[in-house]
Design a protein around this ligand. Structure first.
Ligand SMILES: C[S@@+](CC[C@H](N)C(=O)[O-])C[C@H]1O[C@@H](n2cnc3c(N)ncnc32)[C@H](O)[C@@H]1O
Length: 388
């Protein structure tokens, strides 16, 4: 028995040592772009094997296919490339964690018919299958991404309960009829569609109005989150998230060469939680924030130190902006948007009496990194377990 325990302990030690070495290697790829460039060109097999150990649900062939694209000159020189690569794989862990959290919040997927709008490589649907969903439908406008989803799901799942369709949610009808889904997901899609308002209309149209347990779940980067202001999630430029879609696109196209990128600007508009709430309401949907990650103590700490945070982040944003060497007119626009944001941030936080409602408002406006909310047909009754 003791021998067996010793063996297990030794194996565990070996595994942990390997895991931390692997993580250190990946950290170097994340933080040192020259190292990334050298590894992808001279040690492609070794690099992809290490990624495969970290992101264990994906086959080595799949990982090689995704990473292989980044050998192309424009992506090779793009300092955001490692971030883009990992986001393709890390999203599965995020989605598995989301399913667990939804379950803990009383939102059950068992035997439900699920639609994922903008399903990309199918990670969310794959996670739903692990949590007992009966039918899985993924739609996306990119056939390339749907091909990846087919690979991830495998033929068994596709044959038994999954459909993957190349459909534009705005201009094409889904072949299932209205109100035919018990659960609708749309994660990280809202900022990529031309009208978030119409998007809620589509959710309303396809969400079941008969099943009492039906809900839609949406997640979207928070426009006013202080670190998103510092680093816009897709393109990295400070303050870019604060501009309108057209202003941001103009700046991106005139500066992207300087930033070693030829990516297209694929974002339309970002909104605040209160604005999403109004859009949903106009379609007779009510939204509730998923608050299981909200920590009241942390919020108190933010409130006490709000001026320190404002100064620190403001300096970081402006320094970063200066180092980019942008054209003066672009610099001025971003600088003005950042100043205005921090004025509003300070004003909003400087309130005599901070009620719990006010704290929640501030959390949803400035401190949630991602806005996650559940939508139901209104008026909502007490069945929603997510508004703690
Ligand atoms: C940023 S990705 C998010 C993918 C995935 N939901 C996730 O959380 O990782 C946005 C996806 O939405 C898809 N998409 C954009 N507009 C769409 C539309 N009108 N109809 C269907 N899919 C769309 C894109 O092709 C892309 O795969």
């Amino acid at each position: 028995m003791e021998l067996k325990n010793n063996m297990i302990n030794n194996l565990l030690k070996y595994y942990n040592k390997f895991k931390s070495r692997n993580e250190a290697y990946l950290n170097e790829l994340r933080n040192d772009h020259d190292f990334f460039r050298s590894e992808i060109t001279t040690n492609f097999d070794g690099m992809t094997r290490r990624l495969c150990k970290r992101y264990r649900y994906f086959s080595l062939d799949y990982i090689k296919k995704i990473v292989g694209r980044f050998k192309e000159a424009s992506l090779l020189n793009n300092p955001m490339s490692m971030r883009y690569i990992e986001s393709e794989f890390a999203i599965l862990d995020v989605q598995l964690d989301l399913m667990k959290r939804l379950k803990q919040n009383g939102l059950d997927l068992r035997n439900k018919t699920v639609l994922d709008i903008g399903c990309a490589a199918g990670c969310l649907l794959f996670a739903c299958s692990k949590y007992g969903a009966a039918k899985l439908v993924g739609i996306d406008i990119s056939q390339d991404r749907l091909n990846n989803a087919k690979e991830l799901m495998g033929s068994k799942l596709l044959k038994e309960k999954a459909d993957l369709l190349c459909i534009d949610i705005f201009s094409q009808e889904l072949p299932y009829g209205k109100n035919s889904f018990d659960v609708i997901f749309s994660t990280n899609v809202m900022e990529h569609v031309p009208s978030a308002h119409n998007y809620f209309g589509k959710i309303k149209e396809y969400l079941s109005d008969k099943n009492r347990g039906s809900f839609a779940f949406t997640s979207v980067g928070n426009k006013y989150n202080i670190s998103n202001v510092l680093t816009e999630p897709h393109y990295g430029i400070p303050g870019l998230i604060l501009l309108s879609g057209t202003e941001a696109a103009d700046i991106w196209y005139s500066e992207r060469k300087k930033l070693s990128s030829d990516l297209d600007y694929e974002v339309f508009e970002w909104y605040l939680y209160e604005e999403y709430k109004e859009m949903a309401f106009s379609h007779d949907l009510e939204i509730f924030p998923l608050l299981d990650k909200y920590e009241a103590d942390l919020m108190d700490a933010y409130l006490i130190h709000h001026m320190d945070f404002a100064h620190k982040y403001y300096d970081m944003a402006i320094n970063k902006l200066r180092n980019y060497g942008l054209e003066k007119s672009n610099y001025d626009k971003l600088d003005a948007a950042i100043r205005k944001y921090f004025d509003e941030y300070i004003k909003d936080h400087t309130v005599e009496k901070t009620t719990p409602e006010r704290k929640l408002y501030l959390y949803l406006k400035y401190h949630a990194f991602v806005l996650e909310f559940v939508a139901m047909h209104g008026p909502v009754n007490s069945q929603c377990a997510t508004t703690n």
